[in-house]
Ligand binder design. Structure first.
Ligand code: MN
Length: 754
């Protein structure tokens, strides 16, 4: 329908349109899992239709179409039942017609009447003409909400429909409604877990507040649609193929970022549309009748995906073991697509997906742990009630306090010296301790709040005076994670724990590399990914820790699984794209000839250390092709069949086999007689930022005694990887180069790869 023109329909046409719209609501309801109470819904429809008879919306359409649309959203997009559908149909009757709440109560009973009354109370926006009126309306909204959450959910549906039809409003009203939507409804929708609605509200508000930017981003999304679809199809085909093989019933789809969130990213990072690379994510929703199997299916899918794509080791999120506060559950992982961009994949069961999309309204549908899911909400509602019960607060202060506590959720505390500390709501004594200093946090034993002794877990209130008590004998505890709410505190605690955990991690790391070496399995990210998937552990450090504490064991089954896999893997092609290349001979696979011996050597005395000699006249040894050791590496010699000493790196798996099988032919070696330069391969990974690549290149090329032969850089999205081929005199040069590279801000790792 055109936005401003009043369309004329004949009365019978309009009646047919209304009947059809209502039938659509009713059919949707009858398909849902709710009890079938169609009669009362039909009665509510007839009542509302006659009450609004002859009234039209600004767009010219019959008014009743609005309550019908709100009822449809409440039912089909939020998942509410008959009581709410009736209340939605009747929501504007008391406000706009001569009927009263008593009339509704008489016809439809107390429950529906109470909801309609709540909706009538909050029908005005929060931004009235006077500030005090805003606060008052806001207060009403929340008061009503704490009585029955359905009032807010229906209000959300009402707002969504008004936003969808905002085009027919006068421009000044559009700004008011759009602003209000971003200010209160979108955050509220988020808090209630209504993600789909939150996103739509944000996009619609954005559309009216920044029409040009909205148009431009929408246009670019549409223009890139075909290409993106192809990239997605290429990316997803191997995954869906594999999941079909596994016999799973599932749905896979690309999830494109919303217009508003693309814009927010462009603004926050000061980048153009073209540089927002994580435009799409993949979501896999599988069907499963048995909730107890969901977790293992998620991890099976994880394994299948990591068989195909390279995993980003630090971005796996297990929201199944530890669901988010609003009930969200899923397993997230990030892998590198064949175009070199990172792609997030979300794995969920159908049940998890509904909870994610419809928020806790979906919990009602599945009726699991009613008490648990509800209690979190109740705590929140009680907090609001506490604030509201505060007698006669200054209206404007009240609005500010409430916004602070609800959305920014902050509390203000005092130190004994009277200094102010601002922390999120729910912060404990321990949060304060870590906020002051990580040393104070690590040694914190208790607190004094308003001069009274309290435990570490004591939850603080705004205005509390807090003193932290410490003891040198105290050590940080993992369970402290649960009694802290600040991200800063948790990060400090994690760092402190890591220090405590380090010995176990180191031990586990040794166990892991010994295990790989003993079984002849290469040590790389792909193998690591398989092991993480096998044990269902989210990251490398945790794996080492658990190995070190013998919480998980590497046994023959693991070895068997990895050996089988290693064979498949070796035939895969590298995904690195060559961007920069130095020198004439950039190839990395050139065979070593310069240090090979030219003539047979005298028999070697294995009782003594064999001095390796190599200069312009030739050399008395051969560097093994499998590990290519260079001077300074811990190495051993093996007397080959032709009598030449073949030098292997100590960590080389072939060397281990030789040690085990040919003990008498092993000789210790000494590099002191070797000079010249040797090719090594260095792999660098980091977080991309402006200028980092130039810095990296100039640092490397200015490094003394370095001869660069090849350099492949791949920088896309937020990360980059660099493969560097250089010639060096010895291992210590490589080590100093790596440690200098690591000092560049943003570089995460730099290591020699053999
Ligand atoms: Mn309405």
């Amino acid at each position: 329908m055109s936005e401003n023109a009043v369309k004329k329909f004949t009365a019978p046409e309009e009646d047919a349109m209304i009947a059809e719209a209502f039938q659509d609501v009713l059919n949707g309801y009858l398909r849902s899992k709710h009890r079938k109470k169609a009669e009362i819904i039909e009665r509510a429809f007839r009542f509302a239709k006659s009450a609004h008879e002859g009234i039209r919306r600004r767009s010219g359409e019959p008014y009743i179409l609005h309550p019908i649309a709100v009822a449809k959203i409440a039912s089909q997009e939020i998942g509410l039942g008959s009581t709410s559908i009736c209340a939605a149909l009747l929501h504007d009757v008391v406000e706009d017609t001569d009927y009263t709440v008593d009339d509704i109560r008489q016809h439809f009973g107390p429950k529906i009447a109470q909801l309609v009354e709540g909706l009538t109370k909050i029908s005005g926006g929060i931004f009235g003409d006077k500030a005090s009126a805003q606060a008052e309306n806001f207060r009403k909204l929340l008061l009503t909400m704490s009585e029955d959450i359905r009032v807010v959910l229906i209000k959300m549906a009402d707002r969504l429909h008004n936003m969808r039809t905002l085009g027919s409003m006068a421009p000044n009203k559009q700004y008011k409604i759009a602003g209000e939507t971003l200010y209160i409804y979108a955050p509220l929708a988020h808090r209630l877990g209504l993600f789909a609605i939150k996103t739509e509200l944000e996009d619609l508000s954005f559309k009216y507040e920044h029409p040009a930017a909205y148009e431009e981003i929408s246009r670019k999304i549409a223009e890139t649609e075909a290409r993106r679809q192809k990239v997605y199809n290429d990316f997803s085909a191997p995954i869906t193929g594999k999941l079909c093989e596994l016999g799973l019933k599932f749905e896979a789809k690309a999830r494109v970022k919303s217009v508003y969130s693309i814009w927010k990213k462009m603004e926050a990072k000061h980048i153009p549309f073209e540089e927002v690379y994580d435009l799409y994510a993949m979501r896999i929703i599988f069907d499963c009748d048995d909730p107890s199997k969901e977790k293992s299916i998620c991890w099976n899918i994880y394994s299948a995906i990591t068989d195909i794509y390279k995993l980003h080791p630090d971005r796996t999120r297990d929201w199944i073991s530890v669901p988010k506060a609003n009930g969200y559950q899923a397993l997230h992982l990030t892998v590198m697509g064949s175009d070199g961009n990172w792609v997030e994949i979300q794995i969920r069961s159908r049940r998890m997906d509904e909870i994610a999309e419809k928020g806790f309204a979906a919990h009602w549908k599945y009726k699991i742990g009613d008490s648990d899911e509800e209690s979190e909400l109740n705590v929140w509602l009680h907090t609001i009630k506490d604030i509201l019960d505060n007698p006669e607060p200054n209206a404007i202060d009240f609005l500010d306090t409430l916004k602070l506590n609800l959305f920014a959720s902050e509390i203000v505390l005092f130190t004994p010296k009277g200094e102010l500390i601002t922390l999120p709501k729910g912060a404990t004594v321990l949060d304060v301790a870590f906020d002051l200093h990580s040393e104070i946090g690590s040694h914190c034993i208790a607190g004094k709040v308003n001069h009274k002794l309290v435990p570490l877990s004591y939850k603080l209130n705004s205005g509390d005076q807090v003193e932290v008590l410490t003891s040198q004998s105290q050590t940080p505890k993992p369970e402290w994670m649960d009694i802290m709410v600040t991200a800063k505190g948790k990060t400090s605690l994690r760092a402190a724990l890591r220090k405590e955990r380090q010995p176990a991690i180191n031990h586990g790391k040794e166990i892991f590399s010994h295990f790989l070496a003993a079984n002849g399995i290469p040590d790389n990210n792909v193998i690591l990914t398989k092991v993480l998937g096998y044990f269902r552990i989210a990251n490398r450090e945790e794996l080492y820790y658990q190995l070190g504490r013998e919480e998980v064991l590497l046994d023959d089954d693991v070895a068997k699984m990895l050996k089988k896999f290693g064979k498949k893997q070796s035939s895969k092609k590298s995904i690195f794209r060559k961007l920069v290349s130095f020198g004439k001979d950039a190839s990395t696979g050139a065979p070593e000839t310069e240090s090979e011996s030219k003539e047979a050597v005298a028999p070697v005395n294995t009782k003594k250390t064999y001095r390796l000699v190599s200069d312009e006249n030739g050399s008395n040894f051969r560097r093994a092709a499998c590990c290519r050791p260079i001077p300074g590496d811990d190495a051993l010699g093996f007397i080959a069949d032709d009598g030449v000493v073949e030098v292997h790196d100590m960590t080389c798996e072939r060397a281990n086999t030789l040690k085990a099988g040919f003990g008498p032919r092993i000789v210790s070696v000494d590099w002191s007689g070797v000079s010249g330069s040797f090719p090594v391969h260095i792999h660098i990974e980091g977080i991309d930022r402006h200028g980092i690549l130039q810095e990296l290149i100039s640092m490397i090329s200015s490094h003394l005694g370095l001869d660069i032969r090849g350099m492949n850089i791949q920088a896309k999205g937020e990360v980059f990887e660099c493969d560097l081929d250089v010639r060096v005199a010895d291992a210590s040069t490589v080590n100093s180069l790596c440690s200098r590279i690591k000092k560049i801000d943003g570089v995460q790792s730099a290591a020699r790869i053999r």
